[in-house]
Design a binder for this molecule. Structure first.
Ligand code: ADP
Length: 260
């Protein structure tokens, strides 16, 4: 055959090229999938502070608040607005490129109690409205952790939001902070509906919800705990839950103590 060797070489080149292109397409598909997941996650997160702002707006226009309450509600407006700004920034980053996937989450020396106070402040209108008692214990002696503040905010926000969502108005929420095994352990305990045993391991999966149908009060996408677990693990921590149906749930978030 004339050109047989050339043809063989060309075929080989062609095959290599096809392989490379296929691989690139696969990589693009994967990063597109990750991007879409992140956009879905962030859109989910944006809904909560917006809901708080709507509730605050309603309370203010009803004009039923004392001056003191008004002051606190207004503080909460800026907390929630700040939260929306951060999420919008992240959303923009995802749209521009995928680099935020690899964003370093272990950045600053921070105090868990400071963030906890900010989170509780953001929920203040809802806590007041539902006549909740939030009991906090073990604050004073907690050492610093090393993490990005916004990431820890998101973690605590999601767990506390769930404790409010999945328990009745008027029931208390207990938050215990303690040091255990070189970790700062934050436990959020509610007296809510609890989680059936067969669902306990599944609730951290993407889009898993115990009650599949949504109602107005608890309507969510089953993304919160999925995001939360991812973030906790990025920080080198652990999240776990103990729960009893009808009695309540105890979510534990353990984050490594800051060491040089
Ligand atoms: P979402 O709240 O948007 O459904 P999450 O990922 O935050 O998504 O939670 C997943 C599921 O885990 C919830 O739908 C709910 O069934 C269950 N769950 C989470 N936290 C609690 C809690 N504190 N008490 C009872 N069930 C909970």
């Amino acid at each position: 055959y004339p050109f047989a060797t050339e043809l063989a070489a060309l075929t080989k080149d062609y095959n290599t090229m096809v392989k490379q292109i296929t691989q690139q397409v696969e990589e693009l598909k994967q990063s597109e999938k990750e991007k879409n997941e992140m956009i879905a996650n962030l859109s989910h997160d944006i809904k909560t502070p917006v809901a708080s702002l709507i509730a605050i707006g309603q309370a203010l226009s009803d004009d039923i608040l004392s001056d003191d309450e008004k002051k606190r509600y207004l503080e909460s407006v800026s907390e929630n607005a700040q939260r929306i700004t951060i999420l919008a920034d992240e959303l923009m980053q995802v749209t521009i490129d995928n680099s935020s996937e690899n964003t370093n989450v272990i950045t600053d020396e921070i105090m868990v109690d400071d963030i906890l106070i900010k989170v509780l402040n953001a929920f203040k209108p809802r806590i007041d409205h539902d006549q909740r008692e939030i009991m906090i214990s073990g604050f004073e002696t907690i050492p610093a952790i090393k993490a990005n503040e916004d990431v820890v905010y998101r973690i605590l926000y999601n767990v506390i939001e769930n404790s409010l969502k999945y328990s009745q108005s008027g029931t208390p929420i207990q938050i215990d902070v303690k040091v255990d095994n070189n970790m700062v352990n934050i436990e959020v305990v509610d007296e809510g509906k609890g989680i059936p045993e067969e669902d306990i391991t599944k609730i951290f999966q993407r889009t898993y919800r115990v009650e599949k149908s949504r109602n107005q009060a608890t309507g969510g996408h089953g993304l919160g705990l999925f995001i939360t677990k991812n973030l906790v693990e990025k920080l080198g921590g652990k999240i776990s839950v103990k729960s009893k149906i009808g009695a309540g749930s105890r979510f534990s978030v353990a984050l490594p103590i800051y060491t040089d």
